[in-house]
Design a protein around this ligand. Structure first.
Ligand SMILES: Nc1ncnc2c1ncn2[C@@H]1O[C@H](COP(=O)(O)OP(=O)(O)OP(=O)(O)O)[C@@H](O)[C@H]1O
Ligand SMILES: [Mg+2]
Length: 447
C-alpha cells in the first residue's frame, strides 16, 4: 500500500507478534511448572519403590547362609528394566542387584537421598542402622521425553494460531474500516467544484471528529470562494452597462468626428473599450465556471448543442469548420448546456484566432463524449503548452486576448469531473494544436 503504511497490515502484524510472544512466554512458564511437577511425581515413585524393595531385600539377605555374598535377582521373564537397583553394605560391597543393574552408574559409596548424574536420577535409602543400603537408578531420558512432549503440545497450537490471528485481524480491521473506506471514496469521487459537506454514516468515533472538521473546512472554503466569485461576477456585471453606454458614445463620437487624428483616436478608444468588455465577459464566464451548477439535473444530448454553436461560429467568422459527429443518434452527458456552450465557444474562438487560416478547423464528438477541437498552425513548445491553462497565461501571438479562455475551459471540465488535454502537434499530424475534452457520459435511457 502507500508509503504511510496500512493500518490493517500494522495491526495484523503487531497483534499477531504480540500474541505469539505472550503465548511463548506462557508456554515457557507452563512448561517449567509441568517439568517441576513431573520431577516430583517421578521422584516420589522412585522413593516409594526403594522403600518397598528395601525391607524385602534385608529379609532376603539376613536369611542367607552367606549373607556377605552378592546375589543377582533372577527374573521370571527377561525384560528391559526401567528401574535398576543395587543393595550394598556401608563400604560399598554389593549384596544384591537387579538383573539389569550396571554398578558403574551408581556412586562409589552408597548414600541416602536423591542425586542426579549425567544420565540418571538416583535415590538411596538405608536400613539396619546404615549397614544396608539400597539405591535405585532411573534413566533421565524418560523424564526428558515426557517434558519434551508437554512442550510440543503447548507449542503446536501456535502453528494454527499465527495464520488465524493474521487473517482474523486483517478481516476484522477491514470490516471495521468499511465506513472509513466509504468516506475515502466519497471524497475521491468529488469533482473540483463540489464543496458540499461529505456525508458518511457510522464513522468510527476516532474518525468522526476528523470528518466533521473536514466538513467545517469545506464550508469555510465554500464561503470564501463564493464571496470571491460573486465579487468577480458582480463587478463584471456592474461594468457591463456603463461599458456598453460608453462604447455607444465613443462610436457616435467616431462617426461624428471629422476625418483625421481625432477620428483615429476615437477608433482606438473604441477598440480598447471592446477589449475591456470582452475581458469583463471572460471574467463572468470564469466566475461561472469556478462556481457550482455545472451539472444539469437531466442528461442533455450534446449533438444539437454542438451543431448550434458551430453554426453560429461559421456564420460570424465566415471560416470553414468541419464537424464530425458519431453515427449514433444522441450523445448524452450530464454537463449543464450553458457551461457546455461556454466551453465550446472558448475552444472554437481560440482555434479560429490562432489556427492557420489555410487549414479548416475540425470539431468532433465521439460516441464516448470525447470532444476534440483541432486546428493547423505552428507547434507550441511543450514547456509553454503545459502552462496555457493557467489564468492570464498567453502564448506567442499578435492576436489580442486576456489569457482566460483555456483557464475557463479547464475550470468547467474539472467542475464536471471530466478531463482536458492539450496537444501540439495535434494527434496524427506534424503541426497544429488540439484540445481534447472527456465529458461525463450519461446512459441514454436516463435521457
Ligand atoms: N487553438 C489554438 N492554437 C494555437 N494556440 C492556442 C490555441 N488555443 C490557445 N492557444 C494559445 O494559448 C494561449 C492561451 O489561450 P487562452 O484562450 O487561455 O487565452 P487567450 O485566447 O489568449 O485570451 P482569451 O481567450 O482570454 O481572450 C493563447 O494565447 C494561445 O497562444
Ligand atoms: Mg482564448
Amino acid at each position: 500500500m502507500s508509503a504511510s503504511g496500512s493500518l490493517q497490515k500494522r495491526l495484523g502484524v503487531g497483534l499477531t507478534l504480540g500474541m505469539t510472544l505472550l503465548w511463548l512466554a506462557a508456554t515457557v512458564g507452563t512448561w517449567r511448572v509441568v517439568q517441576h511437577e513431573l520431577d516430583e511425581v517421578f521422584d516420589s515413585a522412585l522413593e516409594e519403590t526403594a522403600q518397598r524393595i528395601l525391607p524385602l531385600a534385608v529379609l532376603e539377605i539376613s536369611n542367607r547362609e552367606e549373607p556377605q555374598s552378592a546375589q543377582l535377582v533372577a527374573t521370571l521373564k527377561m525384560h528391559k528394566e526401567h528401574l535398576t537397583y543395587l543393595v550394598r553394605d556401608a563400604r560399598g560391597k554389593i549384596l544384591m542387584q537387579s538383573h539389569d543393574a550396571n554398578p558403574k552408574i551408581f556412586r562409589k559409596t552408597p548414600a541416602e537421598g536423591f542425586s542426579t548424574t549425567e544420565k540418571y536420577r538416583l535415590y538411596g535409602a538405608s536400613a539396619l542402622r546404615d549397614s544396608v543400603f539400597i539405591e535405585i537408578a532411573e534413566p533421565l531420558d524418560h523424564r526428558r521425553e515426557a517434558a519434551r512432549e508437554a512442550l510440543l503440545a503447548l507449542l503446536l497450537p501456535l502453528l494454527a494460531l499465527i495464520p488465524i490471528s493474521l487473517v482474523g485481524t486483517w478481516l476484522f480491521v477491514r470490516l471495521s474500516l468499511r465506513s472509513v473506506m466509504a468516506y475515502r471514496r466519497a471524497v475521491e469521487a468529488r469533482g473540483a467544484g463540489d464543496l458540499s459537506p461529505i456525508k458518511v454514516l457510522r464513522l468510527p468515533a476516532e474518525i468522526d471528529p476528523l470528518a466533521e472538521a473536514v466538513n467545517h473546512l469545506l464550508k469555510r472554503l465554500r464561503k470564501t470562494l463564493e464571496a470571491e466569485r460573486s465579487f468577480t461576477a458582480n463587478s463584471a456585471h456592474e461594468l457591463r452597462t456603463p461599458l456598453a453606454a460608453t462604447l455607444a458614445q465613443v462610436q457616435r463620437l467616431r462617426q461624428e468626428a471629422p476625418e483625421g487624428p481625432l477620428r483615429l483616436r476615437a477608433a482606438k478608444i473604441e477598440n480598447s473599450l471592446r477589449e475591456l468588455a470582452r475581458l469583463s465577459e471572460k471574467l463572468m464566464q470564469l466566475a461561472k465556471a469556478e462556481g457550482g451548477g455545472l451539472l444539469a439535473q437531466r442528461p442533455q444530448d450534446l449533438i444539437p448543442l454542438l451543431a448550434h454553436v458551430v453554426d453560429e461560429w461559421r456564420q460570424s467568422s465566415g471560416r470553414q469548420i468541419e464537424l464530425l459527429l458519431p453515427a449514433q443518434a444522441g450523445v448524452y452527458s450530464t454537463i449543464d448546456p450553458d457551461a457546455f456552450g461556454i466551453l465550446l465557444r472558448n475552444l472554437i474562438e481560440n482555434a479560429l484566432k490562432y489556427g492557420a487560416t489555410e487549414h479548416p478547423l475540425e470539431v468532433s464528438l465521439s460516441d464516448q463524449a470525447q470532444l476534440r477541437v483541432v486546428n493547423g498552425g505552428p507547434v507550441v513548445p511543450p514547456a509553454r503548452l503545459q502552462r496555457l491553462t493557467e489564468r492570464f497565461v498567453r502564448g506567442q501571438s499578435d492576436a489580442s486576448g486576456s489569457g482566460l479562455g483555456l483557464a475557463i475551459a479547464k475550470a468547467i471540465v474539472l467542475g464536471i469531473n471530466g478531463q482536458i488535454t492539450l496537444a501540439s502537434p495535434a494527434k496524427d499530424r506534424q503541426d497544429g494544436f488540439e484540445v481534447s475534452v472527456w465529458l461525463p457520459l450519461a446512459s441514454t435511457t436516463q435521457g
